[in-house]
Design a protein around this ligand. Structure first.
Ligand code: FAD
Ligand code: NAD
Length: 469
C-alpha cells in the first residue's frame, strides 16, 4: 500500500538552498522532509562549485610543475611532469563523495528526514514522490519550499551529446576521460573561463567564443582586462563578438560568424557549451500552481514567498544571481521565517567570485554602479605589485579597489583581481554588512605579510595617505 505522510515543511531539492533550509528548519523544531531525486548537495557539490574548484586546483598544480620544468627563479627543478587525468577525476569524486555524505549526516543529525525520489507537485500542499516513474509515496505539508535549482542552457543547433558526444556541458567537462587536443568553449562567462583556463593548463589548446564584445560581462572592465592579459599569456584564444553556427559537416570544427557576416571555423575535438543556466521549473507539476513568474524564474518577494501562500522558492529556481551562497542564505532565512522569526532578504551585498587565474571578486558597488546610483563617491586602488606577500607568492598582478561615499566615507563596494583574492571576499562582505567606513578599515591592524594589507592600503589611499605607494 502506498505510504502517505504529513509534515510541516516539504523541501523539493537537496542542493545548497534546499539542504540548508532543511537543516535550519529541523534545528528550529519544524517537522521537515527533504525530497531529492538525484544526489544530496545538488549542482554545487556534485557537478558545480566543488568539482570545478577541484579540477582548477589540479590544473594549477600541474601548470606549476610544467612551469618549473622549464627552469625557475625559485630554484625548483622538475623534469617531465605528467598528469593522470583518471586519477585526478577519482580524487575529485572522492571529495564530492565526502561532502555529499557529510550533508546526509548533517540532515540526519539535525532531525530532517530525507526522501529519495522525484517530487511531483499535486497542489500547493501535496507532493507525490516518484521512483522510476511510479508514485511511491505522497506527502502533505503546510509549507512547500521549491529549491529545484537550474540546468545548463542548450544551443538548439548544437545540443549536448551531439557530434558523437563532442558537444558537452560543464557536467561532462568536469569528469574528463582524456584531455582533448583542441577545446572550443562557447561562452566567455563564469564556467567558460574557469574551465577554459583549467583545460589549457591541463594541456588542451583552448579557444573561447563569446558573442558579446567582452569576457565576463558581469564584472567591470578594469578587472577583466587583467584576466584578458593572463589569458593571452597562457595561450587561451579569445574570440569576441562571434555567433556560433554549429558544427561543420565533418564535425571537426565549430562554424562561427562575425558581425560582418563572414564565416570561419575553429577546429575542435571537444566543445564545451557554457552559455548560462536556466531555472528548473518544468517536469514536476510546478506549472499547475500557476505561480507568478519573473521571466523563466519563479517570482519571489524579499522573504522568498511566491505568489501562493505558504509556497516558497529559493536559489537558482528563483533566478539571478545563481550562486550557491545566495541559495544557502535564502534557505536559512525561509526556515527562520517559518519558525516565526522576522527576517527579510536584504543583504548589503551578495559577493561574486570568479575562480579564473587571476581570480576576481566583486562585493557591493563598482565606481560605475555608484555613479549610476547617484552616489557621490571616492575610489582608490592598491596594486599587488606593492604588496610584499604577493611578491613572495610570485604573483604581483592585480589590485584591490574600494568605493566609498564622499560625504561620510561609508564603504559601498570592494573589487579585487589577483592570485588568491577569492579569500578577501570575507573581509569585503563583512566590511559592507557592518557599515564600515574608510577610517574603520584604515585603522584596523592587518597582519603582515598578507594580501589583506592591500585592503587596508586601498582604504588609506582613498583617504589620501597610503603608506606603501
Ligand atoms: P541546485 O544545486 O541545482 O540543487 C537543486 C537540487 O534539486 C538538485 O539536486 C536536483 O536533483 C533537485 N531536484 C530538482 N527537481 C527535483 C524534483 N522535482 N524532485 C526532487 N529533487 C529535485 N556557485 C557559486 O556560488 N560558486 C561557484 O564557484 C560556483 N561554481 C559553479 C560551477 C559550475 C560548473 C556550475 C554548473 C555551477 C556553479 N555555481 C557556483 C552555481 C551553483 O552551483 C548554484 O548556484 C547552486 O548549486 C544553486 O543551488 P540550488 O540549491 O538553488 O540548486
Ligand atoms: P554566464 O552567464 O556566466 O556566462 C555565459 C556567457 O555566454 C556570457 O558571457 C554570454 O554573453 C555568453 N553567451 C550566451 N550565448 C552565447 C552564444 N550563443 N555564443 C557565445 N556566447 C554566448 O553562464 P555560465 O558560465 O554558463 O555559468 C552559469 C551560471 O553558473 C553563472 O551565471 C553563475 O551564476 C554560476 N557559476 C558561478 C561560478 C562562480 O561563482 N565562480 C562559477 C561557475 C558558474
Amino acid at each position: 500500500m502506498m505510504q502517505t505522510q504529513s509534515t510541516t515543511l516539504v523541501v523539493i531539492g537537496g542542493g545548497p538552498g534546499g539542504y540548508i533550509a532543511a537543516i535550519r528548519a529541523a534545528q528550529l523544531g519544524i517537522a521537515t522532509i527533504l525530497i531529492e531525486g538525484d544526489q544530496l548537495g545538488g549542482t554545487c557539490l556534485n557537478i558545480g562549485c566543488i568539482p570545478s574548484k577541484a579540477l582548477i586546483h589540479a590544473a594549477e598544480e600541474f601548470e606549476k610543475a610544467k612551469h618549473y620544468s622549464h627552469g625557475s627563479s625559485i630554484g625548483i627543478q622538475v623534469s617531465n611532469p605528467s598528469i593522470n587525468i583518471t586519477q585526478t577525476v577519482s580524487w575529485k569524486d572522492g571529495i564530492v563523495k565526502r561532502l555529499t555524505t557529510g550533508v546526509g549526516a548533517l540532515l540526519k543529525k539535525n532531525g530532517a528526514q530525507v526522501v529519495k525520489g522525484w517530487a511531483q507537485i499535486l497542489d500547493g500542499k501535496t507532493v507525490a514522490v516518484m521512483q522510476d516513474g511510479k508514485e511511491v509515496s505522497r506527502i502533505t505539508c503546510q509549507h512547500l519550499l521549491i529549491a529545484s535549482g537550474s540546468t545548463p542552457v542548450e544551443l538548439p543547433f548544437m545540443p549536448f551529446g551531439s557530434g558523437s558526444g563532442k558537444v558537452v556541458s560543464s557536467t561532462e567537462a568536469l569528469s574528463p576521460t582524456e584531455i582533448p587536443k583542441k577545446l572550443v568553449v562557447v561562452g566567455g562567462g563564469y564556467i567558460g573561463l574557469e574551465l577554459g583556463i583549467a583545460y589549457r593548463k591541463l594541456g588542451a589548446e583552448v579557444a573561447v567564443v563569446e558573442s558579446l564584445d567582452r569576457i565576463l560581462p558581469a564584472y567591470d572592465e578594469d578587472l577583466t582586462k587583467v584576466v584578458k592579459t593572463a589569458l593571452k599569456q597562457l595561450g587561451v584564444e579569445v574570440h569576441l563578438g562571434l555567433t556560433v553556427q554549429g558544427l561543420n559537416a565533418t564535425g571537426d570544427a565549430v562554424r562561427v560568424k562575425n558581425a560582418a557576416g563572414e564565416e570561419s571555423e575553429l577546429a575542435c575535438d571537444k566543445v564545451l557549451v557554457a552559455v548560462g543556466r536556466r531555472p528548473r521549473t518544468q517536469g514536476f507539476g510546478l506549472e499547475s500552481l500557476m505561480l507568478d513568474m519573473n521571466g523563466r524564474a519563479i517570482k519571489i518577494d524579499d522573504q522568498c514567498r511566491t505568489s501562493m501562500r505558504d509556497v516558497w522558492a529559493i536559489g537558482d529556481v528563483a533566478g539571478e544571481p545563481m550562486l550557491a551562497h545566495r541559495a544557502m542564505a535564502q534557505g536559512e532565512m525561509v526556515a527562520e521565517i517559518i519558525a516565526g522569526k522576522r527576517r527579510h532578504f536584504t543583504p548589503a551585498s551578495i559577493p561574486g567570485v570568479c575562480f579564473t587565474d587571476p581570480e576576481l571578486v566583486v562585493v557591493g558597488k563598482s565606481p560605475q554602479e555608484a555613479q549610476a546610483a547617484g552616489i557621490e563617491h571616492i575610489t582608490a586602488m592598491f596594486p599587488f605589485a606593492a604588496n610584499g606577500r604577493s611578491m613572495t607568492l610570485e604573483s604581483s598582478e592585480g589590485f584591490v579597489r574600494v568605493v566609498a561615499r564622499k560625504d561620510n566615507h561609508l564603504i559601498v563596494g570592494w573589487q579585487a583581481v589577483g592570485k588568491g583574492v577569492s579569500e578577501l571576499s570575507a573581509a569585503f562582505g563583512l566590511s559592507l554588512e557592518m557599515g564600515s567606513t574608510l577610517e574603520d578599515v584604515a585603522g584596523t591592524i592587518h597582519s603582515h605579510p598578507t594580501l589583506g594589507e592591500a585592503v587596508q592600503e586601498a582604504a588609506l589611499r582613498a583617504l589620501g595617505h597610503a603608506l606603501h605607494i
